[in-house]
Design a protein around this ligand. Structure first.
Ligand code: AVI
Length: 303
């Protein structure tokens, strides 16, 4: 809030209330991303496995595993094909992981090899040491990569690549550039859930940092730029106001109509995806799209 222009990081959206609101977003008719990627995994999981080298056992690492609904389809397909694997769901939320592991073992059986890691992406990856005779398959689904600005995404791909050996795989979900109206609607739903999702971060700051944001004085304002593929969400202060953050003992002034940049959700072109594969020293093996070509899961292999 002390930077100009003001910004808050969307990685703080996900407290318990934020998790719940995001679950609601995924069910919204306008939010096509989750359904598109679910379609890919329900119709093409066997194709994804066929494109992998499964002569060695697979260590499947899922960054930001969440409810694991899509990866579960891939795990089922691995079980059906009797490919030996271990599953490492990695998530910042220990509670989310607990629920996920419980559901997975209920559905896939007790002996199911799952090793949850409650951590951020890179420090979590550091906890998974090298293993002889197995291949890593790292999943990064849901177009979460879109929540990184371009430079952050470059750094992310380079970092992940450091944890991969030659021949290891990375499967990344990218939301594709498309009709700008379709995209903008997904971030400005008629039920106002995305608005509540953004405002929840102010609520969280009020609660956890003893602040006094007047929540109702902020308006949710999403934009989409079809040239860059960037959806950006802002909260606009509808009045001149002063916010006190007790935890910091500091005041922050807001002008009338001053924006706070809350989140970027980038949409991708084939060229942007090729560029990321290149900086990470990876070769694109295959991509898997939904029937409307809204979304793609791209399988890359480290050179
Ligand atoms: C988690 N992430 C991929 C979502 C997105 O689409 O950028 C978060 C979200 N923000 C608003 N709606 C959903």
């Amino acid at each position: 809030l002390s930077s100009s222009p003001k910004r808050l990081s969307s990685k703080y959206f996900y407290d318990a209330a934020g998790d719940e609101l995001f679950r609601e977003i995924m069910q919204l008719p306008e939010y096509y991303l989750t359904r598109a990627e679910y379609e890919i995994f329900s119709t093409q999981s066997h194709d994804i496995i066929s494109a992998l080298d499964t002569s060695a056992s697979v260590r499947l690492i899922e960054l930001g595993a969440g409810d694991g609904l899509k990866s579960r389809l891939l795990l089922k397909a691995l079980l059906e094909r009797k490919v030996p694997f271990t599953y490492y769901p990695l998530d910042i939320s220990a509670h989310t992981l607990e629920v996920l592991c419980h559901e997975m073992t209920e559905e896939l059986g007790d002996g199911f090899p799952v090793f949850p890691i409650a951590d951020e992406y890179i420090s979590g990856l550091e906890k998974i040491g090298p293993a002889e005779g197995s291949r890593k398959l790292i999943l990064f689904l849901g177009s979460t990569v879109g929540n990184f600005l371009h430079e952050e995404a470059i750094a992310f791909f380079r970092d992940v690549s450091r944890f991969m050996s030659s021949g290891d795989f990375l499967l990344v979900g990218f939301d594709l550039m498309k009709d700008p109206e379709v995209i903008l609607r997904a971030y400005n739903d008629s039920a106002g859930v995305t608005r509540a999702f953004n405002l929840n971060l102010l609520r969280r700051i009020n609660r956890e940092l003893q602040a006094d944001f007047d929540i109702e004085a902020f308006q949710h304002y999403p934009t989409y730029d079809p040239l860059t593929g960037e959806t950006r969400s802002f909260l606009i202060s509808r009045k001149k106001q002063d916010v006190f953050i007790g935890h910091l003992g500091r005041h922050f002034g807001f002008e009338k109509d001053e924006p706070v940049f809350m989140e970027v959700s980038r949409k991708f072109s084939a060229e942007m995806i090729r560029n990321y594969a290149e900086v990470a020293d990876m070769q694109i093996i295959r991509e898997f799209r939904d029937c409307r070509h809204y979304f793609t899961d791209v399988l890359m292999q480290k050179k």
